[in-house]
Design a protein around this ligand. Structure first.
Ligand code: IVH
Length: 674
């Protein structure tokens, strides 16, 4: 069975979208969709792959456990795995968990330690001989990232322990940023024209994963310790409570709200209390964690491969509030995608003040039937994007009209908005739409593309208004003198911006490609193209079929890339980038060479001028050929340098196998022809 083209296209689009969201979540700490939406995309992809198994590939994001592969920092294998926690969402499930454990433990009394579930990121810190020697993130639970230098800058974490501390001590806990520090950091970021962090968790993660510990040091991170890892030469503990006291005595920060209870009903009260009072704290929590206190009982219960049976997280439900929906407006994105959004009377929900919330598309608005003037329920879970759940119908004023999607783009060009057959989204199709243009520039300068520090949203709009930026090519001719003297643009700030623009010229070609804002082309596709073609001009010149033939690209991306470069206006922008000296070449080690020697076997003997023996063999293999040590009937050619092995040359002559000198070898490498 072959899948219809629209299914093939949808699967490709879903994969590209999921790969991008994974990258945003795991690498950039900058998610742009709520977990529930992400899950819905995964489910849609899985359903399509289930109906059309021929489309399933092992590298589909539906097949992989998302979690980042540590790349930026050295990997650290945890001496003991850093486990996850299972969740319950209501009292019934909490009781089921408790009763199952109590049954397994027979008649013995069970004591529970209740902790707050801190919304930060897990860390394991290792001390040897009382000195902090290593700190690693959780990663996939077995291998994390080495962030020792950064963790050393965190004030509340002891660097040396008092005499008598265990010989080896691993302390585990959660690194977080307080709400106060978070607000202050974002205020600074905004003033400096830098990107804002979505929430304290992302700010903490972003601050910890810095190449420069000086940046981490400036970020006011803190920690609550809640667990021991490997311990050698320490006291014998019988309860978890004792381990927490021990950590406190050694000078580690242990959360003051931790309590012990003997009954699950009290455990539930603890969770409910904190659900109500979570915002009394100066740090974010997303639940309570219940742990069985007796270490012997823990051993008895054991763990699954993922999580211990002796602990459970009681997750708070997403918070909901009601507020007035003042209006429904639309925004135009960088690809012309038009998104309706709710303008709300600001309401404090889930730890942030929400004044706007996306409504995604026309169908969602219709399905929720929210109307300007309605009282609506707003929800924000422990993730990023607040959501309008629906109207409170009992409070709907009489005669409130249904909202209809505008037909004209709100931009000065006032183009018509179109919704293509089979698509959920409206689009502004006018290339001169200034909203699209600004969006494209913001994207080009963003962290996932050219990463130009200091060229964020507000500044792009400002520069566009001043006529300094019409498209991405103009970034490289911004005149610093026109900026100096503008409010907020001192000499240092202008110099920093110009330096950041200059540095961006050296970004890898894949980042340039991502920055061009070609529909469907994400980082994975961009990497694949740069590897296959080696430079931008070859990509620009490639026919659609050649683009589609690249592993990881496929027909949808290929068509989109071809169409983009077929537009003369786009080529003019590319020319501006070229003139500015932006890097158009892939790194040499990334270029996949033409497989000119596929199926061929080339023996090298003697010393060549331009190649060591290893380099010659590597050059053959890189082109798909083999380079065995001896000559046989199957040998395609023998390359002969100075002082060759006499037997190889004789054998080649006997068998009538072509003998090549160095220039002929280079021709063979390039063309595959003798
Ligand atoms: S205990 C073996 N205690 O929640 C149990 N975890 O969803 C290890 N977390 O990766 C975890 N507060 O990052 C524990 N008081 C607390 C916690 C806590 C936050 C995080 C931790 C863990 C995640 C599991």
């Amino acid at each position: 069975m072959t899948a219809p083209p629209e299914v093939v296209a949808r699967v490709a689009a879903l994969r590209a979208e999921l790969i991008e969201h994974n990258r945003r979540y795991y690498e950039l700490d900058e998610p742009t969709i709520a977990d529930a939406e992400y899950d819905a995309l995964v489910r849609e992809l899985q359903a399509l792959e289930g109906e059309h198994p021929e489309l399933l590939t092992p590298d589909s994001p539906s097949q992989r456990v998302s979690g980042f592969a540590p790349t930026l920092f050295a990997p650290v294998r945890h001496a003991e795995p850093m486990m996850s926690l299972d969740n319950v969402f209501d009292v019934a499930d909490l009781l089921t968990w408790g009763e199952r454990n109590e049954r397994r433990l027979g008649d013995a009394a069970v004591h529970y330690v209740c902790e707050l579930k801190i919304d930060g990121l897990a860390i394991s810190i290792r001390y040897e001989g009382g000195r902090l020697v290593q700190a690693a993130t959780r990663g996939d639970g077995r291998t994390g990232e080495d962030v020792t230098g950064n963790v050393r800058t965190i004030g509340v974490i002891p660097k040396r322990l008092a005499a008598g501390a265990p010989e080896v001590l691993e302390v585990r806990g959660e690194i977080y940023m307080s709400a106060t520090a978070f607000a202050e950091l974002n205020r600074h970021q905004g003033e400096a024209g830098l990107r804002l962090f979505a929430n304290p968790r992302n700010a903490a993660a972003g601050s910890l994963r810095q190449k420069d510990p000086g940046v981490t040091a400036s970020r006011e991170l803190a920690m609550w310790c809640y667990q021991l890892g490997q311990v050698e030469g320490g006291p014998d503990f019988t309860t978890h409570w004792q381990t927490l006291e021990f950590l406190g005595d050694l000078g580690f920060p242990v959360n003051p709200e931790i309590r012990t209870f003997d009954e699950l009903s009290r455990v539930h009260e603890f969770a409910e209390h904190w659900q109500e009072h979570r915002h009394d704290l100066d740090y974010e929590i997303d639940g309570a964690v219940v742990k069985i206190d007796e270490l012997a009982q823990r051993d008895q219960l054991g763990s699954t491969s993922r999580a211990p049976r002796w602990a459970i997280a009681v997750k708070f439900p997403p918070e909901e509030r009601t507020t007035k929906l003042r209006n429904i407006s639309i925004s135009v994105g960088r690809t012309g995608r038009v998104t309706p959004f709710a303008e709300l009377e600001p309401v404090f929900v889930g730890g942030v003040t929400v004044g706007m919330a996306t409504l995604h598309n026309e169908d969602q608005v219709a399905q929720k039937d929210v109307r300007p003037g309605d009282t609506v329920i707003v929800r924000r879970a422990g993730d990023v994007i607040p959501e309008v759940v629906g109207p409170v119908l009992a409070e709907r004023p009489k005669g409130l009209r249904k909202w209809t999607f505008p037909t004209i783009c709100p931009c000065p060009v006032k183009s018509t908005l179109v919704r293509a057959e089979g698509e959920a989204q409206h689009r502004c199709v006018h290339p001169a739409c200034p909203f699209q243009r600004a969006g494209a520039i913001i994207h080009f300068a963003s962290r996932g593309a050219m990463d130009i520090e200091g060229l964020g949203e507000q500044r792009v709009y400002l520069f566009a208004d001043l006529g300094l930026l019409g498209d991405i090519g103009d970034i490289y001719s911004i005149d610093g003198d026109r900026l100096r003297g503008l409010e907020g643009f001192g000499d240092t700030s202008v110099d920093n911006l110009l330096a950041a623009i200059e540095v961006s010229k050296e970004r890898p070609l894949a980042n340039v490609l991502v920055g061009l804002n070609i529909r469907h082309l994400g980082p994975a596709g961009a990497e694949a193209l740069t590897g296959a073609f080696g430079n931008l001009d070859k990509i620009i010149a490639a026919p659609e079929q050649a683009l589609a033939a690249v592993e990881g690209v496929g027909p949808v991306i290929a068509a989109s890339v071809r169409a983009w470069f077929d537009d003369p206006a786009h080529l003019a922008v590319v020319d501006k980038l070229r003139a500015a000296g932006v890097n158009f070449d892939a790194p040499a080690d990334q270029v996949v060479l033409e497989p000119t020697l596929a199926g061929k076997s080339v023996v090298v003997t003697g010393t060549l001028d331009g190649y060591s023996r290893e380099a010659a063999e590597a050059a053959i293999k890189a082109r798909g050929g083999k380079s065995p040590g001896s000559v046989s009937k199957r040998t395609t050619a023998v390359v002969v340098g100075a002082e060759p092995g006499a037997s190889k040359v004789t054998k080649a002559e006997e068998l009538g196998i072509p003998i090549l000198d160095e220039p002929a070898f280079e021709r063979l490498l390039a063309t595959g022809e003798l």
